[in-house]
Ligand binder design. Structure first.
Ligand code: ATP
Ligand code: MG
Length: 234
């Protein structure tokens, strides 16, 4: 997390891109009455965890209080990257077998003298994803909405949407979804299918991030993200 924070803070293009993404999120009409966002993609390795972490860092650098939740019980990674060793987290809160206070940790962004500033992180915990279909999602929504009240922005990392049902279940407890699209790996038809599946859940797709974009390979331009409005994908 410290290395990523240094990268975002010290790379003007990255800092600007995430600042613009944050503004887009703030201005997003579907999010007007909410602030919890799930970051997902169609396939593995398109950069969900990286984008969720960088967005959390950028929001913290902009003075927002941020909670970053690892909602990926299949490939959890945020607890280890944030240096959290306690084994309870998102899965246990979902299952109603942990107190929220025992699962949220303050994480400093910088380990040098550039000052304080941090984010709060809830790791994935130790439960396997097989229990997700039996979760009381209505209760879970209430729980996470009440957690959200204590933060300016709540970001959920998640598994890929087409790999398992987990991300669609999670979509039901957030206010909006941000889709990460790997520039070299995403398939247009799969992106459209994911969009349709999200629309069926009813949670607004607030936009997309074109990630891993290499102008030498994928064409001209230097925009690391594109349109916030799902109309861009019609
Ligand atoms: N914009 C980027 N530029 C270069 N490398 C990137 C970028 N975004 C992500 N990566 C790298 O791509 C790899 C996959 O990223 P990440 O773990 O964030 O993807 P993910 O979608 O969360 O994967 P998973 O589906 O396994 O959870 C990592 O090695 C990460 O450092
Ligand atoms: Mg990930």
């Amino acid at each position: 997390m410290n290395a990523l924070a240094r990268l975002v803070s010290d790379t003007p293009e990255l800092r600007d891109a995430y600042a613009a993404l944050l503004s887009g999120i703030r201005l997003s009409a579907p999010l007007a009455s909410g602030k919890s966002i799930m970051i997902t993609s169609t396939q593995p390795n398109e950069g969900k965890t990286t984008v969720a972490s960088c967005l959390a860092i950028a929001a913290s650098l902009a003075g927002q209080s941020v909670l970053l939740i690892d909602g990926d019980l299949r490939r959890p990674s945020l607890a280890s990257s944030a240096g959290i060793t306690n084994g309870v987290g998102f899965g246990e809160v979902l299952g109603g077998c942990a107190e929220t206070a025992d699962t949220i940790y303050p994480v400093e962004l910088f380990d040098d003298a550039r000052g304080s500033g941090g984010i709060s992180v809830m790791g994935a915990g130790g439960r396997s994803p097989e229990f997700l279909p039996s979760v009381d999602w209505k209760r879970a929504r209430t729980t996470f909405q009440s957690i959200s009240e204590r933060f300016g922005l709540v970001l959920f990392d998640s598994p890929p949407i087409l790999a398992a049902n987990d991300a669609l279940l999670l979509a039901g407890i957030v206010d909006g979804v941000l889709l990460v699209v790997g520039a070299g790996s995403a398939d247009r038809h799969e992106v459209r299918k994911a969009k349709d599946q999200l629309e069926a859940v009813g949670t607004p797709l607030i936009g997309a991030v074109l990630n891993q974009f290499d102008p030498k390979i994928h064409g001209r331009g230097n925009q690391p993200y594109i349109g916030y409005n799902s109309d861009s994908y019609r």
